[in-house]
Unconditional design. Sequence first.
Length: 419
Amino acid sequence: MPWRTIFRISSAVRAMPVLLVWITMYSGRMTGWITDGYWPSVTAQSSFLLSFTAPAVAACGAWEGLKVRRSAVLGTAPARSATAIALSVLAPTLALGTVSVLAALALFVPQAGGVPGWSTPVVILLELLVVLAHTVAGYVLGHVLPRLLAVPLTLIASFLWMAYPSTLDAFWVRQLNGRNLTECCALDQLPATRAVLAPTVVAVGMVVAAWIWTRLRGNYRLTAVLALAATATAGAGIAAPLGYRAAQARPESEQTCTTAAPRVCLWPEQRADATSITDWAVEAHQRLQAVGLAQPLTVAPLSARPGKDEVQSLVALGYIPNGAPDCAKESFARWPGVEAVAPLSSWLKLTAGVTPRTVEGSYRPQEVQIARQVMTLPQGEQLAWFRKNADTLGRCDVKPVLDPTQYHQPGAPSFQAAR
């Protein structure tokens, strides 16, 4: 059959406008999850749209399989092999899947920056492999399911496989369908090798199982089920150590760091703004030194183009412990110091030079108000307030004393007035 005829009568041609419009409309919901300017994040988030592309190509594959089944050509002595026949009728569906994958990526490209690294083609190839797997699986189901139900059941099964695992507590399951890469990537992350390899193995298993089914007859087709089970088990073994994570740490060798205080470490995507970022960090560090705070800090922004408030907030929060103390992680443990986190953070940020509007948007009004009251105290009293309450962040047996009046000595000039 001429290729022109194959494409003209294919269900994929009719499905393409609907699928592309749907992908375009839904893509707007994903832009907020992308790390702007970072190709691995752009590519990883595009994999979410496989939730719609995979069911579409599976349904089209089932329709084409149903047509071949009705023609009974495989029951005769065709001039071409069953595999060749399948590939010819599925070519438009594979083209639909390829166009959809590339369109999904193209929709997010405006948020990328620079030159894509190795992870971009790897993730795109994985997405194309998933498309191939769902297409050939749909083709086989078009041959084996009841004729009236083949297409809708295939569509539903494919969609459930792409969407439902993300709701399960068995986190490793979500790694097997190729869609969990949406859990990646911050600027200091890359797609995890296991997160790419696990769905690759499962998708290859689906393709191999479909190929075995088209080549064999009768009970020998059970080999296809065994092949699929084996590859699914292998994929599960690869994915198990990941949990729900899909990212691994980016090599630190790609960072460049300053030697002066504070130490500012930047990724290649941030180097165009290196001078501004460093100046902002130094300014915040000097402001905190002016009230008596000085400790070695490393500032590593996670935005490709961080703003002044973000950089100065990172410097300020360097004085806050990262996470709760061990005593707070015990069963039924109480950690009174948690009440001090927000007021201390507010005071640090305001002192470091973060704009009040940004601080007010991050904490409750009463917490920001405490910080403002502390800033009216003399320098020594501000430092005493900070150190006493900061001490409660690393232990569970002391309550914070946040009231600024408890630290003020009547008659002492305020720090604001001294300045």
